[in-house]
Design a protein around this ligand. Sequence first.
Ligand SMILES: *[C@@H]1O[C@H](CO)[C@@H](O)[C@H](O)[C@H]1NC(C)=O
Ligand SMILES: *[C@@H]1O[C@H](CO)[C@@H](O)[C@H](O)[C@H]1NC(C)=O
Ligand SMILES: *[C@@H]1O[C@H](CO)[C@@H](O)[C@H](O)[C@H]1NC(C)=O
Ligand SMILES: *[C@@H]1O[C@H](CO)[C@@H](O)[C@H](O)[C@H]1NC(C)=O
Length: 482
Amino acid sequence: MLLLAILLGTTVCMTGVQCQKDEVLVEAGSLAVLPCTTGTPPQTPVSVQWVKINGRVQNTVWRIEQSGLEFRGVGPAQRSRCPHSEFGKGDFNLHIEGVRPEDGGEYICRVSRGGWEEQKHVFLWVIQVSVSPPLPLEGSEVAVACNVTPWPDRASVSWKHDGTPVSQQQKQRRAGNTKEQKILSVSPQDVGNWTCTVRLRGKEGKATQMLSMRGISSPLKDMTPVYAAVGSSAVLPCVYTKGLALEKTSWERKQNGESSFNPVLRPPIPSPTRPQWDHSLWLESVEQQDEGIYRCSGEVEGRILQRHLLLVTAQVRSMVPVKPNAPVTLTCDVSNDTGVTGYEWVRVTYDLNGTQTVNGKQKSKTLKIQKMTEEFSGEWVCRYSGKHGILGNASYHLHLMSRLEGEQAGGSSSKGPMAVGLCFLVFVLLLIGLQMYKNHRRRKMILQYPALETIVHSTSNAREKRERNRVREKEQVHQTEI
Ligand SMILES: *[C@@H]1O[C@H](CO)[C@@H](O)[C@H](O)[C@H]1NC(C)=O
Ligand SMILES: *[C@@H]1O[C@H](CO)[C@@H](O)[C@H](O)[C@H]1NC(C)=O
Ligand SMILES: *[C@@H]1O[C@H](CO)[C@@H](O)[C@H](O)[C@H]1NC(C)=O
Ligand SMILES: *[C@@H]1O[C@H](CO)[C@@H](O)[C@H](O)[C@H]1NC(C)=O
């Protein structure tokens, strides 16, 4: 019964009905699996042979005898295998690892036992994307080619760049077994993964290649905005790819309202560890008038490479002077708000450890406080954000006038003891004055009684003597006198 079925299968194959060609489209470098399955799993050992058709000759790639003896042939043979474990399922697939364009072509799988043989034809198409030159200089010509080996008739080729379909209007050219995409002036937008998809009689295969470029690696986009708070430092990036032979480099700037660029003198780079291909411009303290368009340029192999950067400044302004119990309005002022989609106000407080805590959020460009009290004083930060998150922030220290005065009195540490000393001096002078007045009054009284004068005098003299010796006794003398 089984034999009959196999025989029937063979007969069918012989007549060519079930012997349709299988087609496999595989990316170069990956694992190719060439299918070969028989309708019914074999019950007894079989011999399997895989051959590759090269013109008029057939070269054995891989073969196993009924005895279990294995042979490897030429070409892809060294990278090929036919897993025995699957034989029991009637699966004689050929696995070719690290498939190469030259492996492409027609293969035949022959499974036999006794006088019976079953045969399958498999066509392997190898797809590869190549970039030439492999590492083009920004602005030069580059070709991205989709090579299919061998080139199939009636195949359709489509391109994707970083997952986005590339319109068919772009320059595409067919040459030999490739279909190429020519880029006349390569720019950062062309950098990324180029994927070519080949469709053939309902089957599909694709291959990808990364396109890299020599030139300015950061920023990649022209007119890149750089946001900086007034008073803070800022870096306008301009980094070339490592190892470029740079000839002339410069920074220029066009102020708002001006029509041409003027040179910017580059201040010394703060970090000595900065590599030589990093030509970023460092601004120590950004001022409001620094905003505008900057241009970084350099010459490489006779070609001028450049990037424009947009310095956008941000600061918080108070509309009216801050007074206790009066309303306060703070405005978040970003010099170019084209890329700004939202604002947020937060109050920042610091604990003893210096850890900052962010409280209270208000989403608006202006912050309105109805009545200025102590609870609102402190650091207010305006965060502005764009489509992809926070762009930057600017802060403002809000203080009450009374608080400022209090700070002045309490804060001046040297004035306190001085004032106390002064009061003490006045008090002492007053006491002395009072004592002198008392003495004067007493002398006047004593003059009326001359007899008493000598007694008073002697006591007075003795007192003065003692006074010089000991201060404490002075007080006792005073008491006796009184
Ligand atoms: C390009 O492909 C590589 C490898 O598949 C991947 O790691 C990388 O993230 C891809 N790059 C982009 C921009 O899609
Ligand atoms: C503001 O920025 C945008 C890009 O973010 C730019 O196109 C525009 O020219 C800038 N406006 C001014 C006045 O600089
Ligand atoms: C300050 O830091 C110390 C040690 O790191 C920690 O134990 C303490 O809880 C911190 N205090 C506050 C207020 O965060
Ligand atoms: C403001 O920006 C600086 C620098 O990016 C950051 O360190 C700081 O945490 C920001 N402050 C707030 C309150 O977001």
